[in-house]
Design a protein around this ligand. Structure first.
Ligand code: F6P
Length: 550
């Protein structure tokens, strides 16, 4: 039922890739372009409204062939089938990984423990639709009979990042509801949000798969106390039911909190937190942009699912991008990847994918329980262009580290401001060109001549002005930022995560690494509450003493 266990470094393809790497490592991408006029034509994929150009990479056809051989040797095809059909591929938690089922069509049958889950998925979707429509239209009202004006999503990690990213990304499609996100247990965070709210007209959506997360429970309790406080309104205990709804798998705990059973939106243990925005965790998205747009987001993701599961690998966007990432991570030793969307709307995409990518593939034990002897999860980071150009691009252009970068851009802007958009996109194209070509000594000297710089000054300045170029990039050019295209884009990266996890022979869908810190925080909280410092290392004891003395 699980995935095939293969240490990728023992495959024939891996050995061939190592040899191939020694021939490629000092290659000039620029020269490969000069020698082959059809390079862009050979290394791109067109799909729906996406154009993915991966020609600006240090690859040739042999690289792609060998990477595809690697995918074949680890049995990626079979793994994809298992992923989509609900096999228990999350073996350490004995669960299926079925976020793809959440966006699949009504006529599909997807079995979990012998039961088709599609009908219950659609039941919850109907509930989301009904509820969103009632709140948006004003039919559903607060305890004083006023329609809702504000929605607060209370959750953290996967119960926050996905909805927060999508609500920000789709704000062009939003309605009158003002949407806020409370995640951090930092009391200052919640206070800054609360001060903008009126309890009479605010709806609270508590999102927690487990309903045991310290941050979310603490924030929910603080908000409930605030809601019931005479200082701010006249709400009584029974009014909590009108203003608080919850998304969770833990129905008992939600009911104990005082939430009306009609106001519970269930989810399932086969939906991982960081892949859950397609479930009722996306309720806040549906409230912010309306159910139709939420459903379009799901449809876009479903289209990418179909592309991923049905397209042969050399034309398969998530597969190709995952393999390229393996090429740099495991052969070139690149430690991180940057993600640069040329739209301010996607400013939360990198933080969102940081959880998706790093919580999933930040593992060092393989599926046989052994320590891996190769690199796994990449570090992901990024910010929108052009802002990032004025912040950290210097390091990508002239630093010592290799940072493969994905550029994401849109052909059409949403407001049609052509002047701005042409300037934005000329930067988008210019950066990948600059990263590819760099600037040669000759070009620098030519510039100096034009600027009247010569002699000692020119000699001194020259090395600083030369750019080596040869920095790999992928360009993902999409027609327009719509709910559908956003759904496809997110699903693309989800599947890239999956492919990499399969090749690295790790379990991508658990997150045991975050548990230890949670346990220790609970025990330190006890120390703080009792002012009795238990046994810690001397640094932690020293710091706690300082904290408690103030
Ligand atoms: O701390 C990690 C984590 O378990 C994430 O995987 C998850 O998205 C987040 O905490 C929140 O969990 P929950 O939805 O159960 O509150």
């Amino acid at each position: 039922m699980g995935l095939q266990n293969t240490n990728p470094t023992t495959t024939v393809a891996w050995r061939k890739l190592q040899n191939h790497f020694s021939q490629m490592q000092n290659n000039s991408i620029k020269e490969m372009f000069e020698n082959d006029a059809s390079r862009a034509n050979n290394f791109h994929i067109k799909w729906n409204d996406f154009l993915v150009d991966y020609s600006k990479n240090n690859i040739n056809q042999e690289t792609i062939d060998l990477l595809l051989e690697l995918a074949q040797e680890v049995n990626l095809k079979e793994a994809i089938a298992k992923y989509f059909q609900g096999d228990l591929i999350n073996q350490t938690e004995n669960r299926a990984v079925l976020h793809t089922a959440l966006r699949s069509s009504k006529d599909k049958t997807i079995l979990v423990d012998g039961k088709n889950v599609i009908p219950e998925i659609f039941e919850v979707k109907n509930k989301i639709e009904l509820f969103s429509n009632e709140v948006i239209s004003g039919e559903r009202k607060g305890y004083t009979g006023k329609p809702f004006t504000d929605v607060v999503n209370i959750g953290i990690g996967g119960s926050d990042l996905g909805p927060a990213m999508v609500v920000e990304a789709l704000q062009y499609y939003s309605n009158h509801l003002k949407v806020h996100f409370v995640s951090n247990v930092d009391g200052d965070h919640i206070n800054e949000i609360i001060k903008k709210l009126n309890p009479e007209t605010t709806l609270f959506v508590i999102v927690s798969k487990t309903f045991t997360t310290q941050e979310t429970l603490t924030n929910s309790e603080t908000i409930r106390t605030w809601f019931l406080s005479r200082k701010f309104g006249t709400a009584k205990q029974e009014d909590v039911a009108k203003h608080f709804v919850a998304v969770s798998t833990n129905i008992q705990k939600v009911t104990d909190f005082g939430i009306d059973s009609n106001n519970i939106f269930p989810m399932w243990d086969w939906v991982g937190g960081r892949f859950s925005l397609w479930s009722a965790v996306g309720l806040t998205i549906s409230l912010a942009v309306g159910f139709e747009n939420f459903d379009d987001l799901l449809k876009g993701a479903n289209q990418m699912d179909e592309h991923f599961s049905e397209t042969k690998f050399d034309q398969n966007i998530p597969v190709v991008l995952a393999l390229l990432s393996i090429w740099y991570n495991n052969f070139f030793g690149a430690e991180s990847e940057a993600l640069i969307p040329y739209t301010q709307y996607l400013q939360k995409l990198a933080p969102y994918l940081q959880q998706g990518i790093m919580e999933s593939n930040g593992k060092s034990i393989d599926r046989d329980g052994k320590m891996v002897n190769y690199q796994t999860g990449t570090i992901i980071w990024g910010e929108p262009g052009t802002n990032s150009q004025h912040a950290f691009f210097q390091l990508i252009h002239q630093g010592t580290k290799l940072i493969p970068t994905d550029f994401i851009g849109y052909v059409k802007p949403l407001y049609g401001n052509k002047d701005h958009h042409d300037k934005l996109m000329s930067n988008f194209f210019a950066q990948t060109e600059a990263l590819l070509n760099g600037k040669s000594e000759e070009q620098v000297m030519e510039e100096f001549e034009k600027q009247g710089i010569s002699g000692e000054k020119a000699k001194f300045l020259k090395p600083f002005k030369v750019f080596t170029g040869n920095k790999p990039t992928n360009t993902i050019l999409v027609d327009k930022l719509t709910p559908k295209s956003l759904g496809s884009l997110i699903a693309l990266y989800e599947h890239k995560i999956f492919v990499q996890g399969v090749i690295w022979n790790i379990f991508s869908y658990d997150q045991w690494g975050v548990e230890l810190g949670k346990q220790l925080a609970n025990s330190i909280l006890e120390d703080i509450n009792t002012s009795e410092i238990k046994k810690h290392d001397s640094s932690t004891t020293f710091l706690l003493k300082h904290f408690l003395a103030k």
